[in-house]
Design a protein around this ligand. Structure first.
Ligand SMILES: *Cc1c(COP(=O)(O)O)cnc(C)c1O
Length: 368
């Protein structure tokens, strides 16, 4: 293993290719694949991930905000890019960079028609988002006649796709609710396509949707977390490979006497003599305070070392009393030895949160 010598997030593009192939294999061969690369490709490296997926022939990308799409265009990405959650303020730039908006409210639709008309566009591709139960973004079905009429009455935009988003595709106790969302979406497709006079691309499934509801893949699916190696299901996780591995080194070892405290605000009081290791990673790198005070552990020489006391901005201290280790040894926060899902679980959160939390301060190392 290479000695990385500092806190490093390694990004394995071979693992990404493996996950992409695995997810594609579970779909009909003509189903389009949209790769969700928002939030720096789930905290990894948006440009190298998108470049790799473009090489592999992905059909679409999605980001949350316009500025993320601009970064992709600046890096030479030519595949269509859907912006899931744009604001009217950025529509000029969105059009200039050939990004495609999700329109999710009348305010947004009106503003986008105005912006596209002003920029003398014809048939500019837009994606109409419907709310089928998540109650987060999107039109309700009763808005269909109004939206369709507005779109038919102008020439600047055309509906490229219809989409909705599942609320609990990963929860096997919620299949009835999910089936209800699928049924609603089918009705929306029928009504919208007849009101528009054409059938756009239709997409509903995220990663867990692909895994559990393949019958609802329509013409396209949107996958994020699965590409990065997690399927919200331990059995699926075995079929996938984690793309990101976060490691660091031991900066200093301390021998703590019984009764002494460790860290800010005496976050830990030694009940017995103990040995701690101080690591150069803290909440400014993405390890939030919820991981501290013994909840989560890192892995040193194959053994679990729980975080001691409070997480600091740039450091954590871990308990190495029973681990044979020395200053300069490498430390794994997540990777093959302990998954990001396991690490996150210790602090009652999910892989999505820890992955996207890894801050831009952490060095990235891309493995081709
Ligand atoms: C983030 C996001 C996705 C990706 O979901 P995963 O569970 O990561 O596959 C898909 N669709 C929408 C609307 C999203 O916001």
């Amino acid at each position: 293993m290479t000695d990385l010598g500092e806190t490093t997030l390694e990004i394995d593009l071979g693992a990404l290719a493996h996950n992409y192939a695995y997810l594609k294999k579970r779909l009909h061969k003509d189903t389009l694949f949209l790769a969700v690369v928002k939030a720096f490709a789930y905290g990894s490296d948006m440009v190298s991930v998108a470049t790799k997926l473009q090489e592999l022939g992905v059909d679409y990308f999605a980001v949350a905000y316009v500025k993320e799409g601009v970064l992709l265009r600046d890096a030479g990405i030519t595949v269509p890019i859907l912006v899931l959650h744009p604001q009217p303020k950025n529509f000029g730039e969105l059009i200039d960079r050939c990004l495609e908006p999700s329109v999710y409210a009348t305010r947004v639709l009106d503003a986008f028609i105005a912006a596209a008309t002003q920029k003398k566009q014809a048939d500019y591709p837009v994606h109409v988002k419907f709310n089928t139960g998540l109650n987060r973004l999107g039109f309700k079905a009763d808005a269909i006649p109004g939206i369709a009429e507005k779109i038919r009455a102008q020439k600047a935009i055309k509906v490229k796709s219809l989409l909705s988003h599942l609320a609990a595709s990963d929860d096997r106790d919620q299949t009835e609710f999910t089936q209800g969302q699928i049924t609603k979406f089918r009705e929306i497709i029928t009504r919208m396509s007849s009101a528009l006079g054409y059938l756009p691309i239709c997409h509903l499934l995220n990663t867990s949707g692909v895994l559990h509801y393949p019958e609802a893949q329509f013409t396209m699916v949107r996958s994020g977390i699965g590409l990065y190696g997690f399927g919200n299901d331990a059995n699926i996780d075995q079929m996938l490979r984690p793309v990101a591995r976060l490691s660091t080194v031991i900066s200093q070892i301390h021998h703590i006497a019984k009764g002494e405290s460790v860290g800010y605000n005496h976050g830990h009081i030694a009940q017995n003599p103990m040995i701690t290791a101080t690591l150069p990673i803290g909440h400014a790198d993405g390890i939030g305070r919820q991981y501290g005070r013994g909840r989560a552990a890192v892995v040193i020489n194959g053994k679990q070392a729980p975080i001691v006391g409070n997480v600091c901005m740039d450091m954590i201290m871990v308990d190495v009393t029973h681990i044979n280790c020395e200053e300069g040894d490498s430390v794994v926060i997540f990777g093959a030895e302990q998954s990001a899902e396991q690490f996150a679980h210790a602090a009652d959160t999910i892989s999505y949160e820890i992955l996207t939390a890894i801050s831009q301060r952490v060095s990235r190392r891309i493995i081709q």
